[in-house]
Design a protein around this ligand. Structure first.
Ligand SMILES: *Cc1c(COP(=O)(O)O)cnc(C)c1O
Length: 375
């Protein structure tokens, strides 16, 4: 029995909707399916304006353009994240200031951010790792005090929520000035490649539409607001075709069903692995769980290596995750901050277990039995 790490789940409606898009003869972007997907995010999550993009990487690049980064501006983000979180800002000439992770969770340590703020800091980019919320109350307070933008990397965070100390609950991706989601085939809701930019500060809406449409005011033209469109700003081709949006719509329609199944899988792992001498994923009280992944953290890298080997030898796709970006080949010579021991710890000791919609409890039991037998 081979168990892969990920297997994309199809609801069955994807090709019907793609056929519909193709037959409607409107297959470039910004059509019916694009609007359906964008409205879904706006209505369900209280996002002011949502724009579909061809990836979360692209949505991050749009965010970096929107906040007008100048050479030397500084962006604070965790080192334990995907390269795109940093690349989007590096492409615009920013300096990345990496912050360490929390001891109880790979997310950014909110209490270590303030000491990294300088007169050049422009934005904080929290990453909701595994769909678990960063402490957004602390982060938004700092941003207000120092006049910074907050861009949530919510790539993994669809259908996850944060509760503020006053009891109000908001969807991840609806809190920062801007936020980005991913529909890459490894995420909960997929379109192969795909993403979304969420705009929660209305000052960005008009310009975002222009950047999205190659630096033209074509969106306003299509709405009949102006009688011709032209080149008005920098931009690129950030919008996906209707074929991608049609696929995505089939997934979004089934969000609840997909999420319920993923939560079952998550709880099963948690129950099976709770008594082992390893750390299993935990959720802070202010965050919900969206069952994006299930990970365990070993005490040392040697244990991790041996557990991954044991699983791999038995046909199971268990994998490590990010390598700290501050020690990466590309950034280590540019990095002049302090050591980030917790980020390095997760780089060395975190294991992600197979996680996908059609994973059976029998398969999960096999994974857990092998991990059990290691200890
Ligand atoms: C997946 C992911 C991305 C990149 O998303 P793409 O849609 O593949 O560009 C960025 N940041 C994080 C935290 C991710 O998990």
């Amino acid at each position: 029995m081979k168990i892969p790490f990920n297997k994309p789940y199809l609801t069955g409606k994807e090709t019907d909707y793609i056929k519909e898009a193709v037959e409607s003869q409107k297959i470039s972007g910004n059509g019916v399916f694009t609007h359906k997907c964008q409205q879904f995010f706006e209505n369900k999550y209280g996002i002011q304006k949502a724009l579909l993009t061809t990836s979360c990487t692209d949505a991050l690049e749009m965010a970096a353009i929107l906040i007008n980064i100048k050479d030397g501006d500084e962006i604070i983000m965790p080192s334990y994240t995907f390269v795109s979180t940093a690349n989007a800002f590096v492409l615009r000439g920013a300096k990345i200031v990496f912050c360490d992770s929390r001891s109880d969770h790979p997310g950014i340590d909110e209490n270590k951010i303030e000491s990294l703020i300088t007169s050049k800091t422009k934005a904080i980019v929290p990453v909701h790792y595994a769909g678990v919320a960063c402490d957004m109350n602390k982060i938004m307070k700092l941003a207000k005090e120092y006049n910074l933008f907050v861009i949530e990397d919510a790539a993994q965070a669809i259908e996850s929520y944060y509760t503020f100390p006053d009891g109000t609950t908001k969807a991840l991706g609806s809190i920062g000035h801007l936020a980005t989601f991913s529909f890459h085939e490894t995420k909960n809701i997929i379109s192969g490649e795909g993403g979304l930019l969420a705009i929660n500060d209305s000052q960005f809406i008009q310009r975002a539409e222009i950047i999205w449409e190659k630096g033209t005011n074509r969106s306003a033209f299509f709405r009949g607001e102006i009688d011709k469109y032209g080149w008005v700003d920098i931009g690129s081709s950030f919008l996906p075709s209707e074929i991608i949006a049609a696929f995505l719509w089939a997934q979004l329609e089934n969000l609840e069903r997909i999420q319920n199944k993923r939560l079952e899988i998550w709880s099963f792992y948690k129950e099976q692995l709770k008594d082992l001498p390893i750390r299993v994923q935990s959720i802070p009280t202010y965050s919900t769980n969206n069952a994006h992944m299930f990970y365990i953290v070993t005490e040392n890298s040697n244990d991790r290596k041996k557990i991954i080997k044991k699983l791999t030898d038995n046909g199971i796709g268990a994998v490590f995750h990010y390598l700290s970006l501050h020690t990466s080949e590309f950034y280590k010579s540019k990095y002049n901050g302090s050591e980030l021991p917790l980020s390095d710890y997760y780089s060395n000791c975190l294991i992600r277990l197979p996680f996908f919609f059609n994973l059976t409890s029998q398969e999960q039991l096999k994974v857990c039995t092998l991990i059990n037998s290691y200890f």
